[in-house]
Design a protein around this ligand. Structure first.
Ligand SMILES: [Zn+2]
Length: 205
């Protein structure tokens, strides 16, 4: 797919020049390439075979991590453990194995937008949740499903600074690895995108 890559590079260049991209009223940081550039199904093999480094922040605990977790076709176990720790239940103080497919989606999302010069870390607002933590959220009226995939290490609520919800959600959807929920809110606290490795579906929360 060499022509595809040429096209992507050309797209990125055009965006950098301001030829295409954000509408006039959007903030300059909101890069909006044409929607077809966000189809992860069209990524070439090169993208998937190179070493994978993921950069995460956990606003709730103030943690930051930049972790090379996959190389030569294999997950690096110590790095995987570190990522599971970052995605732990911060409230319930519990760690659980996270579905490696979820890391694939998170990394893929980050690596994809890095092609457009967007290298900010991915914010993890919620990862694994104990049943008790999940129940508490439901009781507090926070949007959370009673049988949430967070409780089995198959979901994360994420945000990427300066990337709007439609672009982030659309990109994650294009990986076709599970569900995508849009929980964006207007206001200073914003919202998040829920990504899971369950059934392929989309909803607005
Ligand atoms: Zn969620």
């Amino acid at each position: 797919m060499a022509s595809r890559r040429d096209f992507l590079q050309q797209g990125a260049r055009l965006c950098a020049l301001g030829v295409i991209g954000a509408p006039a009223l959007a903030s300059a940081q909101e890069l909006q390439p044409p929607p077809d550039l966000f189809d992860a199904q069209l990524l070439d093999l090169d993208f998937w075979v190179k070493p994978r480094t993921i950069s995460l922040v956990r606003p709730q605990s103030g943690e930051r991590a930049r972790v090379l977790y996959w190389k030569d076709g294999e997950v690096i176990d110590s790095a995987y453990q570190e990522l599971c720790h970052i995605l732990r239940d911060v409230n319930g103080r519990a760690t659980a194995p996270i579905d490696p497919k979820l890391f694939e989606v998170l990394w893929g999302t980050q690596a994809f937008i890095a092609r457009y010069g967007m290298t900010q870390p991915l914010e993890i607002l919620s990862g694994y949740r104990t049943e008790a933590s999940n129940r508490r959220l439901v009781e507090e009226g926070v949007p959370a499903a009673r049988k949430s995939l967070h409780m089995v290490g198959k979901a994360a609520d994420i945000r990427i600074a300066s990337l709007n919800e439609e672009v982030l959600g659309g990109l994650i959807r294009s990986f076709r690895q599970g569900g995508v929920g849009y929980y964006y809110r207007s206001g200073p606290k914003g919202g998040w995108i829920h990504a899971d490795t369950g059934l392929n579906r989309t909803w607005k929360g």
